[in-house]
Design a binder for this molecule. Structure first.
Ligand code: F0G
Length: 439
């Protein structure tokens, strides 16, 4: 990274605009047309792709936090920080890829792998993006950061802000955030502002407040967040020995991750790190599926869902801010969007558990979506498929226990606990207990 020649800048993604801004500009959308912004680079790589692949891997052997981080060890692909001493890291990333034979069987596939982003420091993929977002906040000299959240963004931002000594303000829909996530924001010392309204209301308000005050906005509309989230895909390709899978499957809510994955793939392809593009499949919950509707309708613009509804509260979002970038990701990857019911999410989650992996409800939308896409022959039985589990099982224990007690119900429909593993109450008498021990 060369301090003398700025090689990175902000660029409006709107084809008719394309305005450029320096990185030091504290903006979240284009000042001319309101379009979303990319961090763009004149990549001037210090080695060939093969040389860099070796460097990325070798860094894992070192103990320096910057080298150990599963985001910053790929820093040549996100060269927006001149002074690396400013980096705020919790040694995020480096998450495992697991074979999941039961899940594969359930979905009708020969094989299936999960990359588990829930094994990050705060238990979700947001950490990959928060290390870069909070680093940029530090570079800009911000003293207070803010986000709207369904829970994971806020937990992650609260942790990284605490590390950086910044004040954190999280805006969450009152009563709609899983306790695992809420407890994290409280523990990391963020000011938790519970809004009477849904995520989309919180998002609108925090955007207005960031424009009117000194709060630095750290939702995924902030393009520096997405730079970190790109490394989920870079690391996944490394774990595939740089052999590109046929499909990458992920849940879609505010669509930041979909946007980041497309940008990562596009850049890696253009730079020669991969020799073809995988297809991306985005899965939404039926009651919060505006991106699915957009994909299906072929309309030019997204029609927000006014009252989004799903028990997978992480993706209970009706007006995703990044839909234009996400659409671009679909174009670049010949991607598809699928939607799944509450029942399908709940059962898929239990199956992922039976593989000894586990995840939070939104993450399980992936397996439910893969099952549908395989049934409709969009995904072939022998295709090479990797899905991203976005959040940890422990984020939403309430949902899991209710499912296994057959008490899960949504406003949309009753849910049958097809794979329930009920707790078994018993008196404290050994012979009684022995009867339960089916060995
Ligand atoms: N999975 C989980 C566990 C999430 O927390 C989120 C988003 C998504 C999937 C969807 O990702 O927004 O990039 O399409 N959670 C945000 C939050 C909205 O506030 O924590 P996306």
């Amino acid at each position: 990274m060369n301090a003398e020649e700025p090689r990175a800048f902000l660029r409006c993604i709107e084809p008719g605009c394309g305005a450029n801004y320096p990185l030091s500009e504290r903006i979240y959308v284009c000042s001319h047309c309101g379009g979303l912004l990319d961090v763009e680079y004149d990549f001037n790589l210090s080695g060939t792709p093969d040389e860099l692949k070796t460097i990325f891997r070798d860094r894992l052997r070192l103990n320096n936090p910057l080298e150990r981080s599963g985001v910053w060890r790929f820093r040549e692909l996100l060269p927006f920080v001149d002074d690396l001493s400013r980096v705020v890291t919790l040694k995020e990333g480096n998450t495992p890829v697991y074979e999941a034979p039961r899940s594969a069987d359930y979905a009708g596939l020969d094989a299936l792998r999960f990359k588990h982003q829930g094994l990050n420091p705060t238990g979700s993929f947001k950490d990959n993006g928060m290390t870069t977002g909070v680093t940029q906040a530090a570079v800009l000299g911000a003293s207070a950061v803010a986000c709207a959240s369904t829970g994971n963004t806020s937990a992650s931002m609260a942790a990284y802000a605490a590390r950086a000594g910044m004040r954190a303000f999280v805006f969450i829909p009152a009563g709609e955030v899983a306790y695992g996530k809420l407890s994290q924001s409280l523990e990391y010392g963020a000011a938790v502002i519970e809004i009477e309204g849904n995520f989309d209301d919180a998002m609108r308000l925090v955007r207005e407040l960031a424009d009117e005050t000194d709060l630095y906005l750290l939702n995924s509309i902030n393009p520096f967040r997405l730079e970190g989230q790109k490394t989920i895909i870079v690391e996944m390709m490394e774990q595939c020995e740089w052999r590109v899978p046929d499909w990458i499957v992920l849940p879609g809510g505010n669509l930041g991750n979909t946007s980041a994955f497309g940008k990562a793939l596009r850049e890696m392809f253009d730079l020669g790190f991969i020799d073809r593009m995988p297809r991306v499949a985005v899965i939404q919950a039926e009651g919060a599926a505006p991106f699915y509707d957009l994909f299906r309708s072929g309309r030019p613009a997204l029609n927000p869902v006014a009252e989004p509804e799903t028990l997978a509260t992480a993706i209970r979002i009706g007006n995703p801010v990044s839909w234009r970038k996400a659409l671009r990701s679909l174009e670049w990857t010949d991607g598809v969007v699928e939607r799944v019911t509450e029942q399908e999410i709940a059962d898929a989650k239990a199956i992922i558990g039976r593989d000894g992996i586990g995840c939070e409800p939104a993450s399980a939308a992936t397996l439910a979506g893969i099952k549908r896409l395989t049934a409709s022959a969009v995904i072939g039985k022998s295709d090479n498929v990797i899905a991203v589990l976005t959040g940890n099982l422990l984020k939403d224990p309430d949902y899991t226990v209710r499912y296994h007690r057959a008490e899960l119900a949504s406003e949309r429909q009753g849910i049958k606990s097809s794979f329930a593993n009920r707790p078994q109450p018993v008196t404290a008498i050994k012979d009684e207990i022995k009867r339960l021990l089916v060995l």
